[in-house]
Design a protein around this ligand. Sequence first.
Ligand SMILES: [Zn+2]
Length: 367
Amino acid sequence: MTTGPAIYFDGLTSARHDVTVEATPEVLRIRAADGAEIAEWRYQDLRHQSAPDHVLRLGRTGDTVLARLEVHDPTLAHTIDEHADTLDRTGAAERRVRTRVIVWSFAAAVSLVLVGIFGLPALADRIAPLVPLSVEHKFGLAVDAQVRSMLNPGSSKGPFECGLAAVEKPGRAALDNLVKRMETAAGLPIPLKVAVVRRADANAIALPGGHIYVFQGLINRTRSADELAGVIAHEIGHVANRDGTRSVLQAAGLSFLFGVLLGDFTGGGVVVIAARSVMQKAYSREVETAADRYGVRLMGKIGGDVRAFGSILGRIAGGEPGISILQNHPLTKDRIAAVNAAAGDAPAPAQPLLTPAEWADLKQICG
Ligand SMILES: [Zn+2]
């Protein structure tokens, strides 16, 4: 490890901070004069900024507050150069950024014109089906990383995602079994990635690219495997109908598409906007109704209890304490009635989707 002095700007104020930088083989650790850790930067995120010859000036890719670090110490600068293979001091990266800014500005102008002509929701409706699935997949990965970091409360109880520890693995296996059957029946053009995450609220969300998050709070509140499957089936409906992608198009406009063309979502604000829109935006009643219908059909296909979803919706509508499931989804009596009507008079299946043992394991997926 090499240690040396540097100057740090936090990007929020103009104050210079004299700091000590530790260049370990893994990360760059920035410490205040009193030894307190200010930040830890990964080498792969470092971006070189233009500076006088004897100064190494660094920022981070995708950093929204624009913090920067100035290193005058030649030994420290050399060590950082050694560790950061991607750090480019020739200026090529800067030229690429400049080109990108020009293209993005152009994209913004074009999108404004198109939005003016069609209106954003209508435009998003037209464009969403045209977004190639490979792009949605790639975009989904970027949004997934962002949403994980936004949702993660940093609990000390274990990793954010459940089902990884040895005691949680049987639960994960039970969930995989359930999801596999649903996925096969759904015949989606993109693979599903269903994760259970350690959050107390009873909710589930679907992101672009087939990512579905089921919150621990929902697992706790569901009374049967079929109820849980009903909620997941509804979320699969959002995936199949590409509601997440349409919602992102509405929130981020065409800059999303130009992110696609430029092949880069990681550096842009689009991912942040997208993540917020997926987590906060309520879908319209029409969109929810379509996902409900899809979910009921899918439950029928796998031989599940088509009324289970209606019963958990009913408990939410009845105000069972602690349930805020699908809080970002408008909930009306009409919707429950529609779900029950769609279920028709199909007889209740002879057995639940999971065996009692599997269901007990799944209830324990978060330990
Ligand atoms: Zn929904």
